[in-house]
Design a protein around this ligand. Structure first.
Ligand SMILES: NC(=O)c1ccc[n+]([C@@H]2O[C@H](COP(=O)([O-])OP(=O)(O)OC[C@H]3O[C@@H](n4cnc5c(N)ncnc54)[C@H](OP(=O)(O)O)[C@@H]3O)[C@@H](O)[C@H]2O)c1
Length: 260
């Protein structure tokens, strides 16, 4: 299969890496070709969208502000399936420019190790057979979750941007460990394993997080002291507001990436 990527930045590079295994014909387009150097010999490389040969599946991975201009320059083709990662770019806007079928995805950065989560929405009339083909192309990136297009801003806030928030939380916890005299390495190991283990336990048992929280909170003990502290400081409100502010920005970008 001929696979193209327009916009070989953070996400585009992960996608290009995944398809540079020699099993596919790969075509890459990025404004600055320096970013494409590592793919020399593994892919056809271009700096201008207009120079790009036809492909079967096109990954569209530019920033939202670059999307309207880039879209106009892609050759229309009924036979090409376009898979877009662009935040806020609607399926209808893409369809109007491209003619062919369109898939909108919201990946997150752990797709680089096959542990990401990818929200997916398809343009109308997408056959089950083609959906299966797209899902099989994306399967190496992690867990695939079908999403209503109207929910994309929420998915962007929760899982698309989510890793950045988790990294900030990890950093804060590691710093706290260091303040208590632990080494960076020990603190990091304790924090990361605690987060991984808690998430896996939750997933495996399928229980509400409150049940486990209750289980590890003994009357008059250390954990309830910490819980009291974070409730008093309003951590839940801070986290919910963070997601809501991110959601509002995703909605705002939806307006920016419409044709103008
Ligand atoms: N990063 C994430 O975790 C994440 C997660 C989910 C979704 N997304 C979405 O995925 C998209 C890409 O994000 P990113 O973080 O990968 O951005 P990025 O690192 O800035 O990559 C975008 C790339 O597009 C290239 N580009 C822009 N206009 C172009 C044009 N007309 N022709 C050719 N190349 C062009 C840029 O090239 P130059 O640098 O040379 O100008 C850049 O390399 C965004 O819409 C973002 O919202 C990102």
């Amino acid at each position: 299969m001929k696979i193209g990527v327009i916009g070989v930045g953070n996400i585009g590079t992960i996608i290009a890496d995944a398809f540079s295994d020699g099993k596919h014909d790969l075509v890459l387009v990025n404004r600055r070709t320096a970013k494409l150097r590592k793919f020399e010999g593994k892919a056809l490389i271009f700096s201008k969208i207009e120079e790009m040969p036809d492909v079967d599946v096109l990954f569209f991975c530019v920033k939202p502000q670059d999307a309207p201009n880039a879209l106009k320059r892609i050759k229309k083709s009924k036979d090409m399936i376009t898979i877009s990662t662009v935040t806020g770019l609607n399926i209808s806007t893409m369809k109007a420019h491209l003619n062919g079928e369109v898939v909108r995805i919201m990946p997150n950065i752990p797709i680089s190790i096959g542990k990401g989560v990818v929200g997916i929405a398809y343009s109308e009339g997408f056959t089950d057979e083609k959906k299966q083909m797209v899902r099989s192309l994306l399967s190496g990136f992690g867990v695939l979750v079908d999403i209503d297009e109207k929910d994309f801003a929420a998915v962007t806030a929760l899982s698309g941007s989510g890793p950045a928030f988790i990294f900030v939380i990890i950093e804060a916890l590691v710093d706290a460990g260091m303040k208590l005299g632990l080494s960076y390495d020990t603190s990091m190991e304790l924090v990361v394993e605690t987060i991984k283990g808690s998430a896996e336990l939750l997933q495996r048992e399928g229980k509400h997080p409150g049940e486990f929280r209750h289980l590890v909170t003994s009357p008059g003990g250390t954990t309830i002291e910490g819980i009291y502290s974070l409730e008093r400081e309003g951590l839940r409100g801070i986290l919910m507001k963070m997601i809501f502010d991110t959601y509002k920005k995703a909605i705002e970008l939806q307006g920016d990436s419409r044709e103008n």
